[in-house]
Unconditional design. Structure first.
Length: 422
C-alpha cells in the first residue's frame, strides 16, 4: 500500500539513492510540487540523474547541474536553457522506441514521479494529462511517487492507477501547467490554406506542436467527420469537436474516439477532456506502433521541421549548432501516412527563419544538422509559397519542386548551389 506524505515534510534523500535516474511526466503533465522539491533537496541526495521530456515550467535551471546529470530526447521548451548552458545530454531516438528502451532497462528508470487525478469511486486514479511512456515506467521503476492533484483532469485511458501501484502519495491542489501556443503569423496562415486544401472529409489526423498545427486545424472548419490519432492534442481539437468537424465517425480503428498519448494545452482543453469518454489516452506503444498505424486509412501526418534540403532530407533537431528539437515521433507517423490508403505525409514549415540581414532560407542545399527523416521517407513539403509533393519523384525533379516553394529571394542561390553540389 502507498504511504501518504505531507508535501512540507517530503524527504527525497530517503527515497532517491545516489546514482538513481528519476523521470517525471513531461510538459503539462509535470508534477510540479514534486519536481521543485526534488530540485531544492538535490544536495541532500548526492549525485543522481534526471531523464526529462519536454519542459514548459520554470522548474529546471542550469545551476542544478551541480549534482544532477540531465538528459532528454528533446531540446524544446525550457530545456533550451539547459542546452545553451551545455548541461543537457541528448538521447536521439524515435518516440516509438521508448517503451522498449524502458522495459529492457537500457533506459533505466529508478524513481518515477507522476501527476494523477484523484481516484474515482472504484479506487482508480487517472494518469490525467499523459499516458505515453509513463505506462512502461510505472512497471519498471523501483519507486513511484504520485502527486495527486485535485485540479488535474480525470481522463479515460488504457491504464488506471491504483494504490498498490504507488509507493508514496502527496496530495496537492494547483492548476496544472498550461501550454499556450503562439498566434500564427502570415506564413503559418498561408501554409494552413495550402495544407488544408489537401485534407478530405473523413481523414484521421496526427499533428505536432506549435502555431503551425493549430493554424492548420483552424483551416478545417468546413470539413466533416475528421478523426484524431496523435501523440499530442492541443486546444484546437476542442472547437472542432464541439462544432462537429471532429467526430471520429469514419476512423478505421477506434471509431468515435479521439486517441492521443497526451495533451498540451490550457484549462479549456483539460476541462474538455475531463471525464469525456470520447477522448482516450493510450501509451506510446499503441499510439506510435507501426502495426496499429498500418490499420488507419486516410491517415494525415502533420509535422514540422527546422530545415529541409532540396532532395527531401529533413532536420528537425539542430539549429545554429544547438539542439532545439527532437527526433520525436515524426518519422513514425510519416512512414505510416506514406503507407496508408489515402494517406498524406506532410511536413510544413515557413520558408525562412530570422529577419533582416540574419534572415535565412529553411529550404537548403545542404542540411546544417542531422538527418532526422531521410529523403526516402519524404512525402509532401509545404511552405507559404506552395506544396512540393516529392512522392515518386527523382532527385532532379525534387530539386525543381523544392526550389519552387523556397522564398523567392533565395531561389537563385539555391539553383546555383544545387548545380554545384547535387
Amino acid at each position: 500500500m502507498s504511504k501518504e506524505l505531507d508535501p512540507r515534510s517530503l524527504d527525497f534523500a530517503a527515497i532517491v539513492r545516489p546514482g538513481d535516474t528519476v523521470m517525471w511526466g513531461q510538459a503539462t503533465a509535470e508534477p510540479v510540487t514534486l519536481a521543485k522539491a526534488l530540485m531544492a533537496q538535490r544536495h541532500a541526495i548526492g549525485g543522481f540523474r534526471v531523464f526529462l521530456g519536454m519542459s514548459n515550467s520554470d522548474t529546471l535551471k542550469p545551476e542544478y547541474a551541480d549534482c544532477i546529470e540531465f538528459s532528454s530526447y528533446c531540446g524544446t521548451g525550457s530545456n533550451r536553457a539547459l542546452v545553451k548552458a551545455g548541461k543537457l545530454d541528448i538521447l536521439p531516438c524515435h518516440y516509438s522506441q521508448f517503451p522498449g528502451l524502458i522495459q529492457s532497462g537500457r533506459l533505466k528508470i529508478d524513481v518515477l514521479m507522476l501527476q494523477l487525478a484523484p481516484a474515482d469511486d472504484a479506487g482508480n486514479y487517472s494518469l490525467g494529462i499523459a499516458h505515453e511512456f509513463l505506462v512502461q515506467a510505472l512497471d519498471a521503476a523501483r519507486v513511484v511517487i504520485a502527486e495527486v492533484n485535485d485540479q488535474a483532469p480525470w481522463t479515460f485511458g488504457e491504464r488506471p492507477v491504483r494504490d498498490e501501484d504507488l509507493d508514496y502519495i502527496v496530495r496537492t491542489s494547483r492548476a496544472p501547467v498550461e501550454l499556450r501556443q503562439p498566434e500564427p503569423g502570415e506564413a503559418e496562415l498561408a501554409i494552413a490554406r495550402h495544407v488544408g486544401g489537401l485534407i478530405e472529409d473523413g481523414a484521421t489526423l496526427q499533428f505536432g506542436l506549435g502555431a503551425m498545427p493549430e493554424a492548420i486545424l483552424a483551416a478545417l472548419g468546413d470539413r466533416r467527420d475528421l478523426g484524431i490519432h496523435s501523440g499530442t492534442i492541443g486546444d484546437g481539437v476542442v472547437g472542432l469537436t464541439r462544432s462537429g468537424v471532429i467526430t471520429n465517425a469514419r476512423k478505421s480503428i477506434d471509431p468515435g474516439v479521439t486517441v492521443a498519448g497526451m495533451m498540451m494545452g490550457t484549462k479549456r482543453l483539460y476541462d474538455f477532456a475531463h471525464r469525456n469518454a470520447a477522448v482516450q489516452f493510450r501509451a506510446t506503444d499503441y499510439v506510435h506502433n507501426a502495426v496499429v498505424l498500418a490499420r488507419i486509412d486516410r491517415f494525415v501526418a502533420l509535422n514540422s521541421a527546422i530545415e529541409v534540403d532540396l532532395t527531401g532530407q529533413i532536420n528537425a533537431e539542430v539549429a545554429n549548432g544547438q539542439y532545439i528539437g527532437a527526433v520525436g515521433g515524426a518519422l513514425d507517423f510519416l512512414r505510416a501516412a506514406n503507407r496508408s490508403k489515402g494517406g498524406l505525409p506532410i511536413v510544413a514549415l515557413p520558408s525562412t527563419a530570422g529577419a533582416g540581414a540574419k534572415r535565412a532560407s529553411r529550404i537548403v542545399a545542404q542540411l546544417s544538422g542531422p538527418v532526422s527523416t531521410p529523403r526516402s521517407d519524404a512525402g509532401i513539403i509545404a511552405t507559404e509559397h506552395g506544396i512540393a509533393d516529392l512522392r515518386g519523384q527523382t532527385l532532379s525533379e525534387r530539386v525543381r519542386r523544392m526550389i519552387g516553394i523556397a522564398h523567392p529571394d533565395f531561389r537563385e542561390r539555391l539553383e546555383r548551389e544545387a548545380a554545384e553540389s547535387l
